[in-house]
Write a protein that binds this ligand. Structure first.
Ligand SMILES: *[C@@H]1O[C@H](CO)[C@@H](O)[C@H](O)[C@H]1NC(C)=O
Ligand SMILES: *[C@@H]1O[C@H](CO)[C@@H](O)[C@H](O)[C@H]1NC(C)=O
Ligand SMILES: *[C@@H]1O[C@H](CO)[C@@H](O)[C@H](O)[C@H]1NC(C)=O
Ligand SMILES: *[C@@H]1O[C@H](CO)[C@@H](O)[C@H](O)[C@H]1NC(C)=O
Ligand SMILES: *[C@@H]1O[C@H](CO)[C@@H](O)[C@H](O)[C@H]1NC(C)=O
Length: 507
């Protein structure tokens, strides 16, 4: 047996309690299941596919997650099929699983509970899976890890099964977000059994995954049960605030057309395959501005108002003391077709609101730069701000508003700096990525997760976000360096404040 260090110390009694197990991999006993590790590497023990909710099948389709069922047999998460949630033409409905990576420690401080870093994947709330990012940051090169930590990645339901929100139907709203909350609460409740410290949990996510984190921070308008984590990293937090009713009506109408179903009872009877095909059809008939696909919505309960409004008015979970809010330099480029015409841009701006004063102001805030690509550039700027930049802006603004909290701004400008391009640096799992920059990025993530927000200043000279100074940390082609925010504070302030102000008044 090679289970030296914290894992074996904590788990030994449980292993002994299950002596009939053939495998020598450790077993963690939870109140609803005995979970055995799926495999181990020289660095860590991996528990794949731990159920954190009941299988959302049958009558539970289109409903919020329910508590996991009690299992009598030992589970080891060793499924032959992939467990990602149903998305476009692939995935399955029985997908509410999470993975736990527990480092093996050889050092003497084996009684110390480990900090925890959780990850939510992106993919526009329609694709993605916990299995996309199998390598936790900080462990690909032991020399950079300030200290080891436990890594958790969880699935959440996507597309129609996670984010369909018609009126007057027996379908829960924001199901996918409730899945992520259930997984976060699982961490708070059970991670100590894996050697983790529930009082040192950092959650993170990119794009829709950053949106997941942002929504959790404003959930129930900051009221209700305390969040089961203390810090958050939001990489390019993304979603389109509801432009108007079409955000929820269009995908619902399209889904009905694709399936022939008119109500929830009919949808609950459909084979999974029909749903996979329908989701693909809906997404093929969507675009980010005109006819959006399935996304989080204001539901009057979990999400009482638009998240930006909740951030502006301080209705947030302030028990979370620090956040890091990041953006890449060119968030919007890949979301706007390069051949979009000036007339199409004009019509996109015009349909932003039925209120002409608002439309005119938006056009004024995103003026022509006088180049032959002016229409493209200003529209990219607009999409960059409304879908990504302003989310981080409002997060940083709210968390830097008083001395008891802190925000740090991270600005990623390596290579093309397209949306999502920073993920390969966090996980070091892509070819052709500069290893030095991976070590830099994983280095600050590891410091933050294991030593907290102060370490960003202490070890990286990274100043807290302060509107009067407007400085954050850049990651550019040569490495990390402190500098002014990308666009200058006044531009953000004018645009993002306006977008925040009008967002609830457009309907
Ligand atoms: C996982 O399943 C495969 C295929 O059934 C089997 O070969 C392998 O031994 C299993 N591993 C564990 C840890 O149970
Ligand atoms: C690990 O990090 C050290 C120090 O930054 C570096 O010299 C070494 O090349 C890295 N090793 C790998 C395998 O990336
Ligand atoms: C749904 O079908 C109706 C009737 O054919 C059509 O008018 C409508 O445009 C379709 N809606 C969507 C979103 O596909
Ligand atoms: C249009 O928007 C402007 C700016 O927010 C607001 O002052 C005005 O009342 C709105 N007009 C209508 C008809 O809602
Ligand atoms: C990287 O960022 C620093 C700090 O803003 C700046 O001085 C430097 O010129 C940047 N380098 C590149 C290649 O962008």
């Amino acid at each position: 047996m090679k289970f030296l260090g914290i894992v074996s110390t904590l788990l030994l009694p449980l292993i002994l309690a299950a002596p009939t197990q053939k495998s020598t991999l450790p077993i963690v006993e939870l109140d609803y299941v005995k979970q055995q590790a799926t495999f181990e590497t020289p660095e860590y023990v991996v528990y794949k596919n731990v159920r954190f909710a009941a299988p959302p099948l049958g009558d539970l389709r289109l409903r919020k997650p329910q508590p996991p069922l009690k299992e009598t047999a030992v589970q080891n998460g060793n499924y032959s099929t992939k467990t990602s949630c149903a998305s476009i033409m692939e995935g399955q409905e029985d997908c509410l699983f999470l993975d736990v990576y527990v480092p093996k420690l050889s050092s003497c401080d084996s009684k110390e509970k480990l900090p925890v870093l959780a990850w939510w994947y992106g993919g526009g709330y329609m694709v993605g899976s916990k299995d996309q990012t199998p390598i936790p940051p900080g462990w690909t090169n032991t020399s950079i890890g300030a200290k080891p930590y436990i890594f958790v990645a969880a699935n959440y339901r996507l597309a129609a099964l996670g984010f369909m929100a018609p009126d007057n139907q027996d379908i829960d709203a924001n199901i996918g977000l409730h899945d992520t909350m259930a997984a976060m609460r699982w961490i708070g409740k059970y991670i100590n059994k894996f050697g983790g410290d529930p009082n040192r949990v950092t959650v993170s996510g990119l794009s829709a995954g950053g949106g997941v984190v942002e929504h959790s921070l404003v959930s129930y308008g900051g009221k209700g049960t305390l969040l089961p984590y203390q810090q958050a990293i939001l990489y390019s937090p993304g979603w389109m605030p509801e432009i108007d009713r079409t955000q929820r009506d269009h995908p619902w109408e399209a889904f009905k057309n694709a399936t022939g179903c008119k109500d929830a009872a009919c949808i609950r009877k459909l084979p999974t395959k029909t749903i996979l095909q329908a989701q693909a059809w809906v997404i093929a008939h969507s675009d980010i501005t005109r006819n959006p696909w399935f996304m989080p919505i204001v539901d009057g309960d979990f999400m009482p108002e638009e998240p930006l409004r909740l951030l502006q008015s301080g209705k947030v979970h302030k028990e979370v003391k620090s956040i890091v809010a990041s953006n890449v330099r060119h968030e919007g480029n890949s979301f706007v077709p390069p051949d979009i015409t000036p007339a199409e841009v004009e019509s996109q701006f015009n349909r932003f609101s039925s209120n002409q004063t608002i439309v005119n102001k938006i056009k004024q805030l995103y003026p022509s730069d006088g180049t032959s690509n002016a229409h493209l550039n200003r529209f990219i700027d607009f999409i960059s701000d409304i879908a990504f930049n302003c989310n981080s802006y409002h997060m940083a603004r709210q968390w830097s508003a008083d001395k008891k909290h802190s925000a740090h701004r991270y600005m990623f400008n390596v290579g093309t700096a397209q949306h999502g391009s920073d993920q390969a640096f966090t996980f070091g799992n892509a070819k052709g990525v500069d290893p030095y920059l991976i070590i830099q990025q994983q280095g600050w993530v590891t410091d933050y997760a294991t030593k907290g927000a102060d370490s960003l200043g202490d070890s990286w000279n990274w100043p807290e976000w302060d509107e009067d100074v407007g400085e954050g940390m850049w990651m550019n082609d040569t490495g990390m360096a402190v500098g002014k925010d990308y666009f200058g504070w006044p531009r953000y302030q004018e645009r993002c404040q306006f977008i925040g102000d009008i967002i609830d008044k457009r309907h």
